[in-house]
Design a protein around this ligand. Sequence first.
Ligand code: IDP
Ligand code: MG
Length: 154
Amino acid sequence: MERTLVLIKPDAIQRGLIGRIIGRFEEKGLKIVGLKFMKLGDQLLNEHYSHLLDKPFFPGTRSFMQSTPVIAICWEGLDSVETVRRLCGITKAREAAPGTIRGDLAMSVQANLVHASDSIETAAAEVKRFFDDSELFDYDSAATGTIYSQDELG
Ligand code: IDP
Ligand code: MG
């Protein structure tokens, strides 16, 4: 099954929203295969946000992302990359759709609570960037057979 990376950003840590955000993904039926609390160094952030390096706001975004540790989670599920992106909502949180994490809980462009991988290729690279193989776990979830139909599970 597809795997994708979510980061719970410093604004969520400061606002006490960790549990609610993790709960959104859990309730949807996604399965946690890796989870850790970590401080992000300059090099890792420069790689993670390489598409933003020459934007004027990037130094501010980097220091925001370093203002507290963040929670990195690898979620697994059918089409999880696209599904998780849709649960998060668009970047500009105050315009994100109601029902999404950003749409329901945030107002800012920068302080938008969560990061989510934006394509299957990016997800593979990001999961590898944030997790060692030994930090990702294969295990049977009792709920899988209820969350999906048998034909979806193949
Ligand atoms: P995404 O997180 O929705 O994928 P990206 O364009 O990849 O959005 O940008 C990464 C992060 O950089 C955003 O989530 C946000 O925290 C920050 N960011 C993006 N654009 C701006 C901006 O115009 N001003 C301030 N911060 C921004
Ligand atoms: Mg992005």
